[in-house]
Design a protein around this ligand. Sequence first.
Ligand code: 5AD
Ligand code: SF4
Length: 475
Amino acid sequence: MISITTEKIIDEKRQGEAIKMKGGSEHKKLYMESYGCQMNFSDSEIVASILIAEGFSTTQDPKNADVILMNTCSIRDNAEQRVRNKLSQYQKQKRENPKLIIGILGCMAERLKKNLLEEEKLVDLVAGPDSYRDLPILIKEVESGQKAVNVLLSREETYADISPVRLGKGGVTAFISIMRGCDNMCSFCVVPFTRGRERSRDPYTIVKEAQDLFNQGYREVTLLGQNVDSYRWNINKKNEVIDESKPVVNFANLLEMVALVNPDLRVRYSTSHPKDMTDEVLETMAKYENICKYIHLPIQSGNNDVLKRMNRGYTKEWYMNRIEAVKRILPDCAISTDIITGFCGETDEEFQDTVKVMKEVKYNLSYMFYYSERPKTLAERRFDDDVPLEVKKKRLQEIINLQLEMSKEYHQTCIGKTYKVLIEGTSKKSVSDAYGRNSQYVTVIFPIENYKIGDYVNVKIDSATSTTLIGKAVK
Ligand code: 5AD
Ligand code: SF4
């Protein structure tokens, strides 16, 4: 879990303006906490923007808050349990301060809807991912003594016109949401139920947001979507052009448009889907130095029967063909993945196929999980969650160990090489060390000397751990 809070982020001038402009909510303090994927963190910035425009200011301390909003994740059961524990804690605070408003946003709000209000009595307000524009009204409803819920999913909402208030630290890297929802229906996944149908955001608003960020001093943007390869603008799912007078924009085109904002603005993206990833995207990445050479390509399992049960829409052979394309077109590209162990019916042999693929691809980084059955998903309806928890965990540990070894090995091969690093901050251990990332998304630590946060520096690597490269700046 990563949780962020929002104080300091919004500069005082902007807060002041908002307070002058609006009546009613001035001096109300908002505390936000985000869980789960990058998309949730990005959404929290949209929520902060909406509420600051209504006169709210933010606080980093929940004890000072008039409104506490938790932006939540449902992807695995333990993510939900963590939120429940935190909500119970805030309920204690509410007993001392009955005016405190506690709201839940995001995937858990969408999945559990009124239950959180009526049965579990954990919150006053429930807002799903497509209803954030409604938050000021929902908060007013709670203030007038009602409970407030909006969990309607939309086919259109992309919050395209809302300029997010940046909540992250540093002011160097930022997320830009390019699409919402997912139409894939992977059988294990709750996202299509909590975030609704896939829709793409107007590319010109995306480019403008990237340009604005660059003007404010940001040097890296990450374009976010559940399946960025199916980004499409001005063309429908049947491949019919919607408005002949305007260009059609696919994900490769969008990447190029953002890369052209400025050669000093790095561009990353997440997440690709193996069934949809095109050579055109890879070729666009090769064409622009500022598009980072890093691809996150979730495989989930290396066995074709498991992939079929997962409804992933590709085979291991198809996936390996995509990996070969990455290695051919982008020889210096790092590749990471997501893997689930112990999915319904997974045998030892099937699991060993995943181990084999990991060794073949030699991932630089993997995000690994054991399967957690989610209500209403295809898997829950169709298959038994029959792999014992100890087996799921044992398999998970095996691949974690393997990945650790592979990452260590990869980082050893970086020693002696020089990488262009964007400084994101100073190291936790010492303010005289800078930390940043290279194009391949590996963290690099080096003496900061006279360099500043936001500078690009060429760093020669002289040692490495399983997670980090350590070096010195070279002129
Ligand atoms: N159980 C375990 N892991 C899951 N993921 C998605 N749903 C589940 C689930 N029910 C993992 C997938 C996905 C990542 C974001 O989370 O690997 O790519
Ligand atoms: Fe879930 Fe699959 Fe969509 Fe990813 S692509 S959000 S795993 S349904």
